[in-house]
Design a protein around this ligand. Structure first.
Ligand code: ADP
Ligand code: MN
Length: 171
């Protein structure tokens, strides 16, 4: 039984996972775990994928690395995928969503182009992450949140923060 909740923030790259998670962590003292950074820093991967331009995540290594602190609770995990984490880890799964043209501009600014850019826009259009979350977690755990503007971001941070503060273990 954990005394603080674990939250997963997921969504297509550029939807605001890291910014949102960092703000929630700051307001609540949850531990922000950016899976991309963790994989790079602790080498929890099987090398670099030249085509996708990212590390090939070793999902077993990531889950082993995090098991203990997830049992403890009090984590906000930030990743553009969610189907390989144990379902029991998370009390809330937030799926951030951004309007296509807004996302296009954000990813272009980040230097994405070509296939990498269009793949991510398609991922957002087809709501891939929302479907993955709904396939992987109970319906009442998954919440989609619009992340187009700063107002959206502030509202999402306030909603999640409020939720963390009022959370009580039901286990
Ligand atoms: P992710 O971690 O999902 O890839 P980031 O948090 O790194 O996304 O955000 C990508 C960029 O978009 C950053 O420059 C961030 O400031 C901006 N951004 C993210 N969400 C919003 C939002 N709701 N409104 C305005 N800008 C945003
Ligand atoms: Mn990020």
């Amino acid at each position: 039984m954990r005394s603080k909740p674990n939250i997963l923030v997921t969504g297509t790259p550029g939807t605001g996972k890291t910014t949102t998670s960092a703000a929630v962590a700051e307001a609540t003292n949850l531990r922000h775990i950016n899976i991309g950074d963790l994989v790079r820093d602790k080498k929890l991967h099987d090398g670099w994928d030249d085509q996708l331009e990212c590390y090939v995540i070793n999902e077993d290594l990531v889950c082993d690395e995090l098991e203990e602190i997830m049992e403890e609770g009090g984590n906000i995990v930030d990743h553009h995928g969610c189907d390989f984490f144990p379902e029991r880890w998370f009390d809330r799964v937030v799926v951030l969503q951004t309007e296509n043209s807004v996302l296009y501009d954000r990813l272009s600014k980040r230097g994405y182009s070509g296939a990498k850019l269009t793949n991510n826009i398609e991922c957002e259009i087809f709501q891939v992450l929302l479907e993955e979350a709904n396939d992987s977690y109970p319906e009442e755990t998954v919440v989609a949140m619009k992340s187009d503007s700063i107002d959206d971001m502030n509202r999402n941070v306030a909603t999640i923060t409020d939720w963390v503060r009022t959370w009580r273990s039901t286990a």
